[in-house]
Design a protein around this ligand. Structure first.
Ligand code: UD1
Length: 338
């Protein structure tokens, strides 16, 4: 299949491009490098052993995006390009709506213009906000607690409305990621946070590497086994493979839109993640217990059974694999690049 990938140099995007090429798809990346690095493209090429077609285009630039789709004539689009920081989204909400919502609307319009009727959309478990119960199924109520999450939910609504429009031929897979972590086992690509990481896993690896003094553990009074927050950490390569499976499922079903949780179905606490990293690194990693972070929830993990059933996919990598691969990446690249 000819697959156009927006945001193909980003964290989940780059790993998905690798899996797409490995599965024999022809890939065209559309990327503006606003939160990714050009050298990631060369790293992808090293892993796959193939040249990667790249258009340096901002998805809000309708003419340029149309040109890219007209030239490539994709059978499907996987749409990752987005802004993704919760804290930044509260400071610059208009930018988040512009890129994540208006950018998605432009993409859908341009896809329609060139007759491309398949989209896989990168959404987030953030759309659930504070879940009433865990595990969280796709039928759980939505109610994101921050602008970033709202832009993802609006992106979902937009896509479902395009699927439902009279005469529309669009098929969509909306994938709600839980907590993507880990890195490619080659150590060549992984997560590249700019500045001080907001997310736990890169903060742990940077602390283990001596770039940060200690991890601040946000809250130990949650109603969880050890009092610290519990999340569903999923290896980015498992996530990437789910995108390839979703492409295969699109078009072969009666329902034209699919909404699927991508998680492992298991939660781990902050302290469990720190301990597992410490085992992999071979030394204790310093941390301090602190008060809760504003906007955080106690626990969130997925019911991934629908994705298991519909895609024939399940997450395979263990927490140990996640930590091993993330640490290899930190050692190889992230240190120098940051
Ligand atoms: C966050 C975002 C979510 C986004 C996801 C991407 C918020 C409120 N949510 O989820 O929208 O999709 O990242 O991966 O920001 N923690 C610490 N110390 C740290 C950092 C985190 O103790 O320095 C704790 C948090 O309280 C939480 C867990 O670690 O219990 C995971 O945090 P994080 O990696 O930021 O992910 P989420 O908050 O689940």
């Amino acid at each position: 299949m000819k697959v156009l990938v927006t945001g193909g140099a980003g964290f989940v995007g780059s790993h998905t491009v690798v899996e797409l090429v490995a599965a024999g798809h022809e890939v065209q990346v559309v990327e503006n490098f606003c939160n990714s690095e050009r050298w990631i493209v060369e790293r992808i090429e090293r892993i796959t052993g193939k040249a990667l077609a790249l258009d340096e285009v901002d998805i809000r630039d309708r003419a340029a995006l149309l040109g890219s789709l007209q030239r490539f004539q994709p059978d499907a689009v996987i749409h990752f390009a987005a802004l993704k920081s919760v804290s930044e989204s509260a400071e610059r909400p208009a930018d988040y709506y512009d890129v994540n919502v208006a950018g998605t609307a432009t993409l859908l319009d341009v896809m329609d213009q060139v007759g491309c009727h398949r989209i896989v959309f990168s959404s987030s478990a953030t759309v659930y906000g504070q879940p009433d119960a865990c595990p969280v199924a796709e039928t759980a109520p939505v109610g994101p607690g921050n602008p970033y999450g709202r832009t993802k939910l609006i992106g979902e609504w937009l896509i479902r409305d395009c699927v439902a429009a009279p005469g529309a031929a669009l098929h969509a897979a909306i994938l709600r990621y839980f907590n993507p972590v880990g890195a490619h086992p080659s150590g060549l690509i992984g997560e590249l946070p700019r500045g001080v990481p907001n997310n736990l896993a890169p903060y742990i690896t940077q602390t283990a590497a001596g770039q940060r003094d200690y991890i601040r553990v946000f809250g130990n009074d949650y109603a969880t086994p050890d009092g610290t927050g519990v999340r569903d950490y999923i290896h980015v390569v498992d996530l990437a493979k789910a995108h390839v499976a979703a492409l295969g499922a699109l078009g072969g079903r009666r329902e034209r839109d699919l909404t699927l949780n991508l998680g492992t179905g298991r939660g781990y606490s902050v302290l469990e993640l720190i301990e597992t990293f410490a085992t992999v690194v071979g030394k204790p990693i310093p941390y301090q217990l602190q008060g809760r972070r504003a906007g955080d929830i106690g626990e969130c993990w997925a019911d991934p059974s629908l994705a298991n059933e519909v895609l024939g996919w399940r997450a395979e990598e263990s927490l140990q694999d996640i930590c091993t691969d993330a640490w290899r990446w930190q050692m190889n690249v992230a240190g120098q690049a940051g």
